[in-house]
Design a protein around this ligand. Structure first.
Ligand code: ATP
Length: 234
């Protein structure tokens, strides 16, 4: 579904990711793991068209997307739920969700998709008239994921959904992501919380200083001594 091959991307003359290759299959959940500053968010931004690549190719459903502007990438079916949620604080929950349905493919179906999002996240239905900025961190994370789903994407990219959340709230957020994945949604999950991420994804890539240093099934990575020492505290 999504394939990156030899991608180099960054800011100014400094590449934040180098020669990066990864793939996400139809309906698959894949992790992109690593410490602060490893280049995980930059990889998602390169896929979304927010950061330009200086080398390599990115294809989605067989089409090259490297040179497309972000709105075209979104229209093709990639939803990017950014780090720190970035909901519109002065808009209500429902208004934030409606903004997610701006792509042509999603507009016509927005009522039905809204019902689906409300069934996955009943708290958003209860709070539909509340200003997003007054919601808790966990609720805002659910809103950000809901807004992504409103686009009716084929691939949902999630950047650090556990960021700043208490463990119990992280549990609830991951349970919802699992539920969405079980409905057939392909997921590319960026996480520093490696333990948590490996319980959700089937495969993962480990990024260090902008390069993929390891990849494998979740089971292989959870048993890997390097991963255990660096990320799992074992
Ligand atoms: P984090 O979890 O802290 O976001 P990350 O793995 O997602 O880490 P990136 O945000 O992709 O890492 O950052 C990779 C590198 O690119 C870092 O060295 C960072 O300082 C740099 N970087 C990120 N955003 C910018 C920017 N807008 N301008 C310049 N450099 C940036």
């Amino acid at each position: 579904m999504l394939a990156l091959s030899g991608v180099t991307a960054g800011y100014g003359s400094v590449p934040a990711v180098r020669d990066l290759s990864l793939a996400v299959g139809e309906g698959e959940a894949v992790g992109l793991l690593g410490a602060n500053g490893a280049g995980k968010s930059t990889t998602l931004r390169a896929i979304s068209g927010l950061v330009r690549t200086s080398a390599g190719t990115i294809t989605f459903l067989g089409k090259s997307i490297n040179s497309l502007p972000p709105y075209r990438v979104a229209e093709l079916g990639i939803a990017h739920v950014p780090e720190g949620r970035q909901v519109f604080p002065e808009l209500t929950v429902k208004e934030n969700l409606e903004i997610g349905a701006y792509v042509p493919n999603a507009k016509a179906d927005r009522r039905r998709t809204l019902d689906l999002v409300f069934s996955i996240f009943p708290v958003l239905a209860e709070r539909r008239k509340q200003l997003a900025g007054t919601m808790s961190g966990g609720e805002q994370q659910m809103l950000a994921v809901g807004r992504g789903l409103m686009m009716k994407p084929r691939l949902l990219m999630l950047d650090e959904p556990s960021l700043g959340l208490a463990p119990v709230v992280t549990d609830a957020t991951f349970a919802k992501i699992q539920e969405i994945h079980a409905m057939g949604m392909a997921i590319l999950l960026v996480e520093q919380n490696v333990t948590r991420a490996l319980t959700l994804v089937q495969r993962a890539y480990v990024l260090e200083s902008g390069r993929v240093t390891l990849h494998g099934s979740s089971l292989e990575l959870a048993r890997n001594k390097q991963v255990q020492a660096a990320y799992l505290g074992i």
